[in-house]
Design a protein around this ligand. Structure first.
Ligand SMILES: Nc1ncnc2c1ncn2[C@@H]1O[C@H](COP(=O)(O)OP(=O)(O)OP(=O)(O)O)[C@@H](O)[C@H]1O
Ligand SMILES: [Mg+2]
Length: 326
């Protein structure tokens, strides 16, 4: 899929936003800044495979394997990953890859193992089995800070910001892994430390401009509506200048307008900076519109992998979403 065509595909209509069965979110945080998206119930198998009505108002291209923008080389290769917590098998023998510059979605019903997978990718969880190869190097027991230094940044399913700190200061924490001079020099605001901090502040200001949050830069994060907090979290991740961005439900609990904005920002990041995006999202309209490839998990197992069109027509995927209750 061409980069230019992506933005045009994110056309929205308030009515008709749907989530697949078993994925509707009704948590209180979903109120957001402008009201929650009402879950609209399960789609029928016919609807699921019917392009004409899948996402009203969206001019979606018919994508095939050839058209998917997967031309970039594989930068992350996950092979036979298994992860257990005691008796709970969160991930079982999962393999998939991520190509440079693509938007790769991970979808699946609640508890499918999506967040666990992101935690494996950025070194929070260490799988008992499997290989992780990132940019040609097999990774051993990596710590999240090492992942950050390798250019992997993330946002969290539940917002993880310092609520009492300003937007500006929160975003500045995203630069932590980039600091080169010592704490002592910074405390004295001296020489190289001063220059370095000026550089960091400049980068942070660029991110603030990019995400259009100038007006709230001095506001404590805790006072912001939910949708804006999500944007600040994205800003903090971007401040690290990642080459790979892991987004765990960046649009959960947002209203249609906020989702539209977030989609635009994600695609702008992908297009303008070439950042590879790995995205967990429950809103199938969003997934189908902005992803190049989709991997589908269910009960910790991979049940589908391909372009949005391929995945949407996969009988196992349809069954997982419509044939079982979780
Ligand atoms: N730290 C943990 N300790 C114990 N069990 C865990 C832990 N993290 C995840 N799990 C379990 O692993 C399974 C997968 O959880 P995970 O959070 O990855 O699912 P998910 O697909 O992100 O779900 P959701 O859509 O609800 O966010 C669940 O059964 C969960 O309870
Ligand atoms: Mg999750």
């Amino acid at each position: 899929m061409s980069e230019g065509s992506k933005m045009t595909q994110v056309a929205w209509q308030g009515a008709g936003q749907r989530e697949w069965a078993g994925t509707a979110r009704t948590d209180a945080s979903g109120a957001g800044s402008g009201g929650a998206i009402a879950p609209t119930g399960p789609m029928s198998p016919a609807e699921l495979t019917d392009d004409s009505g899948a996402h009203p108002g969206t001019q979606r291209a018919q994508r095939t394997g050839e058209q998917a923008r997967t031309g970039g080389e594989v930068i992350l290769d996950l092979q036979h990953i298994s992860l257990s917590f005691g008796g709970v098998k969160a991930l079982t023998d999962i393999s998939f890859d991520v190509c440079e510059h693509e938007v790769r979605a991970i979808i699946g019903p609640n508890g499918a193992g999506k967040s666990s997978m992101l935690n494996v990718i950025n070194g929070v969880y260490h799988p008992q089995q499997g290989r992780i190869v990132f940019r040609g190097e097999e990774r051993k027991q990596m710590h999240p800070t090492a992942a950050a230094r390798q250019g992997i940044a993330r946002t969290f399913q539940n917002i993880a910001l310092f609520k009492g700190m300003t937007v500006l200061d929160n975003i500045m924490t995203g630069r932590n892994t980039q600091f080169r001079t010592g704490l002592f020099a910074h405390a004295l605001w001296w020489g190289p430390a001063r220059n370095e901090e000026m550089r960091h502040r400049q980068k942070v200001e660029e991110v603030i401009d990019f995400l259009e949050i100038q007006s709230i830069r001095k506001t404590p994060v805790g006072r912001l509506p939910y949708g804006l907090q999500k944007r600040v979290e994205l800003a903090r991740a971007l401040a690290a200048e990642p080459s790979m961005l892991l987004l765990d439900e960046p649009m959960a609990g947002m209203n249609v307008e906020e989702k539209q904005d977030m989609c635009r920002f994600i695609l702008d990041v992908n297009r303008q900076f070439g950042t590879t995006i790995v995205l967990i999202e429950h809103d199938m309209g969003v997934v189908m519109d902005i992803s190049d490839r989709v991997v589908v998990l269910d009960y910790g197992k991979k049940i589908g992998d391909g372009t949005p069109e391929e995945v949407k027509g996969n009988p196992d995927v349809i069954k997982a979403y419509l044939g079982t209750s979780h």
